[in-house]
Design a protein around this ligand. Structure first.
Ligand code: SAH
Ligand code: SF4
Ligand code: F3S
Length: 469
């Protein structure tokens, strides 16, 4: 008898959630699945057997948001096939494209039953009921349920708490959104419009969710926010607590062994957070700190509100607090008005910082952002060429970083059996995949591993056996 045989079963329906974009969408998709569980929905990985398909979309670049419409085209065909054999399927569009385009999505793709933004996920069960009520109407009379309001109430307080039985399946590492939205208004970016103003979850709510996850077996937590280090949740006394202080509180949770956070803005790297890196071994020495450009002129036009020199000085301070700190970054090439010299300045800041990894993108004009109104757009071929040169440099830095790990001993969180028999695999403090010979008994804990070599995109390790006393 399996566990599912003994649980009382409501009429079981299946939901397939396809997630695009950033980790916050990954977290949100899980929470949507949690919110749908009381309605009798269980997640499926098989789109063909889904009664409900949700696309959790990303609007950050044009390519990302256009994917939604091609996917909706495919879903229409799938729905037709299902209907031909007496089945059916409902379709919802969530996430940042839903927030940005709202009604327009339903107009362009009438196959859609629901369109709802990230601030409405706790209302999903209600939307679903309203959409289901229209199911048997003639297509001409159906109207998609649309919810793109920024609500007054706290979404997180209304979402069901992360359920243990679900989180166990999520394994040893978990995401936890602590902050959402952005007030920075970088001139290229849609996030302040799709996610709204910065909101931080109260400290008690974050700690409760973290404890719940750790009790369910999670060893490593990644705190998420579009601007996670702008976190300022209130504590029981009504006092605003920053991310640095929150890290100390989380460090007291027994069984939590690793803590990460992403994404940070250089302007919000305050002294308390840097001190936390100095004091807390569980805070991993790997920081994603995007700078976007190395040219002060472009940084100003991007509204990043800091200079290249200030960024470099900040990195120095972080590294003096935590000398083994490695960095990753994001870069945009071809922002309007970017000259050859501006681009060279970006290569210079990359050389001076030395990244363990980096994400880089061609500037993509986003409707509604200040950048969209700037003249002096950079030609596509120039963007392509700059992106290529930048990626060559950061790929070399990544290779060098992996090579610099050889000979070192590092704590590795062993997460799974390896690709080869007799092997296990895990992650280093720097999120590098590490493979080593070892028994599956090692899975679930952090072990000291000597790095003996590198292979494409991963490290090869050897288990350090503690010397006999
Ligand atoms: N809050 C984070 C970034 C979130 S968006 C920060 O401030 O750093 C993730 C990355 O997408 C950004 O760092 C940026 O490099 C890239 N990006 C955002 N808007 C873009 C655009 N219009 N064109 C190209 N890349 C963009
Ligand atoms: Fe976008 Fe800038 Fe906010 Fe990051 S800080 S989410 S890049 S507006
Ligand atoms: Fe994309 Fe929205 Fe995240 S635009 S990057 S899914 S915040």
């Amino acid at each position: 008898m399996t566990e599912t045989d003994i649980l009382p079963q409501p009429a079981q329906k299946r939901v397939f959630i396809k997630t695009y974009g950033c980790q916050m969408n990954v977290y949100d998709s899980d929470r949507m699945a949690d919110a749908l569980a009381p309605q009798g929905y269980v997640p499926t990985q098989e789109i063909g057997e889904a009664d409900l398909v949700l696309l959790n979309t990303c609007h950050i670049r044009e390519k990302a948001s256009e994917k939604v419409f091609s996917e909706l085209g495919r879903l229409r065909e799938l729905q037709d096939e299902k209907r031909a054999t007496g089945g059916d399927m409902m379709i919802g569009v969530a996430g940042c494209v839903a927030q940005a385009e709202g009604e327009e999505i339903a107009r362009r793709a009438p196959v859609v039953d629901m369109v709802f933004g990230p601030q409405a996920y706790h209302r999903l069960p209600d939307m679903l009921q309203r959409a289901e009520a229209q199911r048997h109407l003639h297509p001409a009379l159906k109207k998609a349920v649309i919810d793109t309001d920024f609500p007054e109430e706290d979404k997180f307080a209304h979402l069901p708490a992360a359920r243990k039985e679900v989180t166990i399946k999520r394994g040893l590492t978990a995401f936890l959104t602590v902050q959402e939205g952005c007030d920075k208004f970088c001139s290229f970016c849609v996030v302040p419009y799709t996610r709204g103003a910065e909101v931080s979850r109260p400290v008690a709510q974050v700690l409760a969710e973290a404890r719940n996850l750790v009790e369910a077996g999670v060893k490593e937590l990644t705190l998420l926010g579009q601007n996670v280090n702008a976190y300022h949740g209130v504590d029981a006394a009504g006092r605003a607590v920053g991310l640095g202080e929150l890290a100390y509180l989380l460090a007291d949770i027994p069984g939590l062994e690793r803590l990460r956070y992403t994404t940070s803005h250089p302007r919000d790297m305050d002294d308390a957070l840097i001190a936390a890196h100095r004091d807390l071994p569980l805070l991993m020495p790997y920081l994603h700190l995007p700078v976007q450009s190395g040219s002060d002129r472009i940084l100003k036009a991007m509204n990043r509100k800091h200079t290249a020199a200030e960024y470099l000085r900040l990195i120095e301070r972080i590294k003096s607090a935590r000398p083994d700190m490695a960095l990753s970054g994001d870069f945009i090439v071809g922002f309007p008005g970017e000259t050859d010299q501006d681009f060279e300045d970006t290569l210079t800041i990359i050389r001076e910082t030395g990244y363990a990894s980096a994400y880089s993108f061609k500037y993509s004009t986003r409707p509604g952002t200040p950048g969209a109104n700037l003249g002096d757009q950079v030609a596509e071929e120039i963007k392509t060429e700059r992106l290529y040169r930048l990626q060559e440099l950061v790929n070399q830095q990544t290779t060098d970083f992996h090579a610099s790990c050889v000979g070192k001993t590092m704590p590795v969180l062993i997460e799974r059996v390896g690709r080869m028999p007799g092997q296990v695999g895990g992650r280093s403090p720097y999120l590098q995949a590490v493979h080593l010979d070892g028994s599956p008994d090692l899975i679930g804990a952090i072990h000291e591993v000597e790095i003996v070599g590198t292979s494409t995109n991963s490290l090869v390790g050897r288990l350090k056996v503690a010397a006999a006393a």
